[in-house]
Design a binder for this molecule. Structure first.
Ligand SMILES: C[S@@+](CC[C@H](N)C(=O)[O-])C[C@H]1O[C@@H](n2cnc3c(N)ncnc32)[C@H](O)[C@@H]1O
Length: 211
């Protein structure tokens, strides 16, 4: 999936923000070899800045893959915190655990294998950040339970909100995934308990603050 920003912008930003943990670079290499969709370094940096700004201690990831975005979040939490990783694949989660262990973070990591929305619906302390990167048709279903479980001022973040331009009206009727992203965009924009913006970085990242 190509970025939505122009090649020049991508190249400029990539050069400007080239510095990062070598473990992240290793993960990027693996993702490229497998053609596994990760958020990439520019969105990773955004997740880090946002979660630090929100002073996040408790982060829930919906769709963690092999831990690349979680690794960025882990670097953003200053004091020991908690990150819950979710994925349908046990193999992905085990690989994520190995990478995070190498990062020597002081945090508690929980791995949940199964539908991320089931973990989201579980009762517990409110979340500071909920990041959603699951199958796109399910995006709208994540919004209401996430709003109920975020602390006031907490952040709800979705990746791929421009979905390579397939969400544009000019693209015509979309498949299940495209309609899911479109519906999520409308729902986030209109939600009375959220202030939402959509940052057109890479494939589009929506950021909502719980009022
Ligand atoms: C785009 S990848 C996640 C990449 C990760 N956020 C990163 O940037 O490193 C999506 C992952 O979500 C998982 N997934 C998709 N739908 C899911 C669901 N409903 N519940 C749990 N995991 C899901 C897939 O197995 C896949 O590993």
């Amino acid at each position: 999936m190509g970025p939505m920003t122009s090649a020049g912008v991508e190249e400029y930003l990539a050069g400007l923000f080239a510095e990062r943990n070598p473990i992240l670079r290793e993960m990027e290499q693996i993702a490229a070899e497998r053609e596994f969709p990760i958020v990439g370094p520019l969105v990773g940096g955004l997740l880090q800045v946002l979660s630090r700004t929100a002073n996040a201690r408790r982060i829930l990831e919906l769709g963690s893959g092999f831990g690349y975005s979680a690794f960025w979040f882990a670097g953003a939490i200053s004091d020991p915190g908690e990150i819950v990783l979710t994925d349908v694949s046990a193999e992905n989660l085990e690989e994520a655990e190995r990478f995070l262990a190498r990062g020597r973070f002081p945090h508690r990591f929980e791995r949940y294998r199964g539908d991320a929305l089931d973990r989201l619906r579980r009762e517990g302390d409110p979340w500071d950040v909920i990041f959603c990167d699951i199958d796109k048709h399910a995006y709208p279903d994540a919004i209401e339970p996430a709003v109920e479980r975020l602390r006031p001022g907490g952040l709800l973040i979705f990746d791929n909100m421009l979905w390579s331009g397939r969400v544009f009206e000019s693209a015509g009727p979309g498949d299940r995934a495209t309609e899911g992203v479109r519906a999520a965009g409308r729902k986030l924009a209109a939600h009375p308990a959220l202030w939402t913006t959509l940052i057109p970085l890479r494939d589009g990242v929506s950021v909502s603050v719980r009022t």
